[in-house]
Ligand binder design. Structure first.
Ligand code: ASP
Length: 313
């Protein structure tokens, strides 16, 4: 197969975070290092309220982060879910992949692991995110009076979880998907998120679930998702996209087919995907909007915007 010029793609903001990864690839570095470096920039960005620092908190006002990373050469992968107090969950996920015999750690176990690996605990809740949480409470929740059951106990019944969840817009969730191919032809994909805004504590979306929100295999390509994570979990969406490529669909056809699968669930919430094949073709798709993604290769001076496809119902 013809050699692919090393490149990195991602889904977030204006793609400026890709510069760090492109620099690593330019120096002959690995796809894993490139994906981790670029993802960390998004995690640390205080303007980004659905990934890392400044993420919108869960139902109890705590920021809970999920992330996963996958190495397409070995199919090794690491993931963490519902992590509180540690910023670079993509790096913790990478440590799970490289330093443990496991694939996924969640909650207090993931935090214990992060601490033992030397990650520093920090506050991730910004003033702005706290204000969003408080106005959410004012709008949707009747705070319990003394002696009453806390309002989140009957979350679905009293609080209308499903109705409210159906009304979530792109403003209340978001995730960063980044993937790269290096000079050796190795592919890596990474995903990091604070998940759906005001989610139930302990709720995991698709991002840390390998096969749902993230999948990568050098032989075919990689795929990752953002949107209503429950739908991607139900369809094993990222793995399905890679399987479509394995079975001969182009990356564009695979993304189209994956978004059609989502539409066939007839659920609200929307889904987006980002994918590459192992020949270096890139694509993104969405069920709810114009889809774009950002690309940088080793010769790029700045991120290039690429248009994906909108797969309507
Ligand atoms: N997919 C993420 C989740 O369900 C959130 C998002 O991408 O909007 O947690």
């Amino acid at each position: 197969m013809a050699k692919v010029k090393p490149f990195i793609i991602g889904t977030r903001n204006s793609g400026e975070f890709l510069c760090a990864g492109a620099e690593i690839l330019r120096g002959g570095g690995s796809a894993i290092d490139a994906v981790e470096a670029s993802t960390k920039l998004v995690e640390a960005n205080p303007k980004d309220d659905s990934v890392g620092y400044a993420g919108i908190p869960n139902l109890l006002g705590k920021v809970e982060l999920d992330a996963s990373i996958m190495d397409g050469k070995t199919l090794k992968t690491g993931a963490v879910g519902a992590v509180k107090g540690y910023l670079h969950v993509i790096s913790i996920a990478r440590m799970v992949m490289e330093k443990t015999p496991h694939v996924m750690l969640v909650g207090s176990g993931a935090e214990l692991f992060a601490k033992s690996m030397g990650f520093k605990k920090q506050n991730l809740l910004t003033k702005d995110a706290k204000e969003k949480y408080q106005s959410f409470l004012k709008r949707y929740a009747d705070l319990p009076k003394e002696g009453e059951k806390p309002w989140y106990v009957n979350y679905d019944v009293d609080f209308g979880l499903r109705d409210w969840y159906d009304k979530l817009t792109d403003k209340q969730h978001g995730t960063v998907n980044i993937m790269a191919i290096d000079a050796k032809g190795n592919i890596c994909s990474g995903v990091s998120t604070s998940g759906t805004a005001f989610k139930f504590p302990g709720r995991l979306g698709d991002s840390p679930i390998i096969g749902a929100g993230n999948y990568c295999d050098n032989r075919f390509g990689a795929a990752a998702c953002t949107g209503r994570g429950e739908l991607a979990i139900r369809l094993s969406l990222a793995r399905s996209l890679v399987s479509y490529m394995k079975n001969g669909l182009s990356v564009r056809e695979a993304c189209f087919r994956g978004m059609k699968d989502i539409n066939e669930l007839h659920e609200k919430g929307g889904m987006n995907c980002l994918a590459i094949d192992n020949k270096g073709n890139t694509m993104s798709a969405s069920t709810s909007r114009e889809s774009v993604h950002w690309y940088m290769d080793v010769d790029s001076k700045q991120p290039e915007q690429r248009t994906g496809i909108w797969v309507k119902e």
